[in-house]
Design a protein around this ligand. Structure first.
Ligand code: FES
Length: 139
């Protein structure tokens, strides 16, 4: 992956190039593996906006990267919860959220914050089968 300094909100940050926007299927996602922690799912909307969430549904840990994007949300492939792409929150009446990652598009390429990739949400447990239990928050 290529790294570069791209300012965001007036602050310099360390961004990592992930792929071209066109490498992500429209209304789909691409999975970004990390050396530690669960993978990050990078989603593409119908109008080519891009968002990144931990690839873990807040319900029972389903792979959000295998869900279908509709509007600004993704439907989990396991039980069809709807998760907002901007902040990872489940839409009512469901509750919970999955961590969101800073993401930007520049020059037709998708960039993720390298520090977040290396440090964010590393301690979330792997999904487990069985009855639903309260899931950790996004904090
Ligand atoms: S695991 Fe995603 S809706 Fe149940």
């Amino acid at each position: 992956m290529r790294r570069a300094e791209i300012p965001m909100h007036g602050q310099p940050a360390d961004w990592t190039a992930i792929c071209a926007v066109t490498d992500i299927p429209p209304l789909g996602a691409r999975r970004v593996a990390r050396p530690q922690g669960m993978a990050v799912a990078v989603f593409r909307t119908a109008d080519d906006r891009v968002f990144a969430l931990l690839d873990r549904c807040p319900h029972k840990g389903g792979p959000l990267s295998q869900g279908i994007v509709h509007g600004d949300a993704v439907a989990c492939p396991l039980h069809n919860w709807t998760i907002a792409l901007a902040d990872g929150t489940a839409r009512a009446p469901d509750e919970g959220c999955t961590p969101a990652f800073a993401c930007r598009v520049d020059g037709g390429r998708v960039w993720l914050d390298a520090t977040e990739l290396a440090t964010k949400a590393l301690d979330l447990p792997a999904p487990v089968a069985g009855p639903c239990s309260k899931q950790p928050s996004c904090a």
